[in-house]
Ligand binder design. Structure first.
Ligand code: AHM
Ligand code: MG
Length: 351
């Protein structure tokens, strides 16, 4: 590696000098870099230090918490609390918004999934951390839950860390998207993916197809189209079970990830505030697209911190294609089908 390689800290300083973002965001993103280093170390040696397995509790959205979920949450919360810049934190692993700091300096809100895809940890597969940063909107000395209930179009920074074959930190402050790879020998994130642009189209799709029967016919048609070997389409399926890893692949190589609703869970599984919105922010900044299949993710109102939404995200043309499938039947929905069929078509489709 050459000595002139750009570290995350140097890059943040350069961007700040060019007025791309304020110093506070540099401090917070540097902090995320530190969190990523701690979690890289602890995740990779978890089996050796008794950190695998369940805690025995469920989190706010009903998932069985793992020791690494709880640990990761503690690392994120303590690291960001120490900055004095964060008024409140919303996390997948916290039932409610945690108020952190009062005062004029604490003007930011952190929303995070500290350990995305934690079901992968037992098998040493990829996991991630997702983060979104908002500015406070309410007055008064201290933050409140209302500060976290902002749509994704109000994000001032967002990104993720992928703990895979290497640790990669990707972020945007609304200007461009850059990715940094951790050099473990230096303990530094080095700029490795400069100004990432999501390919407009791609040949990869990523979804848990075991839910095929639970999806509506519109989503099923899309899947059938992708898998149709009688046409010259040649899509490949890649699904890791970690949203961060699957979206990262779509971002770099072109492709689409989707997690639709089902009859029982019309909003799907993924959480809007700390999973879908931050990833949508990054992917849009890179020229990609993210929606529910019907509506732009970043424009969805946030009514509660653990609210879910369907997600389709990735290359512009593939997201458009998905939308054309789920919206296609809209006009004919009530024409020649019975009530049961209409309900089935609705799942994953648009009103
Ligand atoms: P988590 O935040 O509890 O790990 O849940 C989110 C994860 C995503 O990373 C992944 O894409 C999805 O849930 C996998 O769910 P499923 O097992 O239903 O395919
Ligand atoms: Mg998650």
């Amino acid at each position: 590696m050459i000595a002139t390689a750009t570290t995350l800290n140097h890059h943040l300083w350069q961007q700040q000098r060019e007025s791309k973002h304020p110093i506070e965001l540099s401090i917070l993103l540097t902090r995320m870099g530190f969190v990523a280093k701690v979690l890289t170390r602890e995740i990779s040696r978890a089996a050796l230090v008794g950190k695998l397995g369940l805690v025995g509790e469920k989190n706010a959205t009903g998932d069985a918490q793992k020791k690494l979920d709880v640990f990761s949450n503690e690392v994120v919360v303590s690291a960001f609390s120490e900055t004095g810049l964060v008024a409140a934190i919303a996390s997948e692993e916290l039932d409610q918004v945690q108020l952190v700091e009062c005062g004029s300096e604490a003007q930011y809100i952190l929303c995070t999934d500290p350990l995305d895809g934690s079901s992968n940890t037992e098998s040493s597969a990829a996991v991630g951390t997702i983060f979104g940063i908002y500015r406070r909107t309410t007055g008064g000395r201290c933050g409140s839950e209302a500060d976290a209930l902002q749509p994704g179009n109000k994000l001032v920074a967002a990104g993720y860390v992928l703990y895979g074959t290497s640790t990669v930190l990707v972020y945007s402050t609304g200007d461009r998207v850059d990715g940094f790879t951790l050099d473990p020998t230096l303990g530094e994130f080095i700029l490795s993916h400069e100004n990432i642009r999501c390919p407009e189209d791609g040949k990869l799709y990523s979804a848990n197809l075991s839910y095929y029967q639970d999806w509506g016919t519109r989503v099923q048609s899309f899947v059938d189209y992708l898998g149709d070997r009688t046409t010259d389409s040649s899509y490949s399926l890649r699904y890791s079970g970690a949203l961060v890893a699957d979206v990262h692949r779509c971002l770099l190589e072109g492709g689409v990830y989707f997690y639709p609703g089902t009859q029982d869970q019309q909003d799907g599984k993924l959480r809007l505030l700390y999973e879908n919105a931050p990833l949508a922010f990054v992917v849009e900044q890179a020229g990609g697209k993210a929606s529910t299949g019907c509506d732009r993710i970043l424009d969805l109102p946030i009514e509660s911190i653990h609210q879910r939404s369907p997600l389709v995200i990735g290359s512009l043309e593939l997201v458009d294609l998905y939308e054309s499938f789920v919206q296609k039947s809209k006009q004919t929905r009530y024409s020649s089908i019975d009530e049961e069929e209409a309900a089935s078509m609705y799942v994953g489709g648009c009103n």
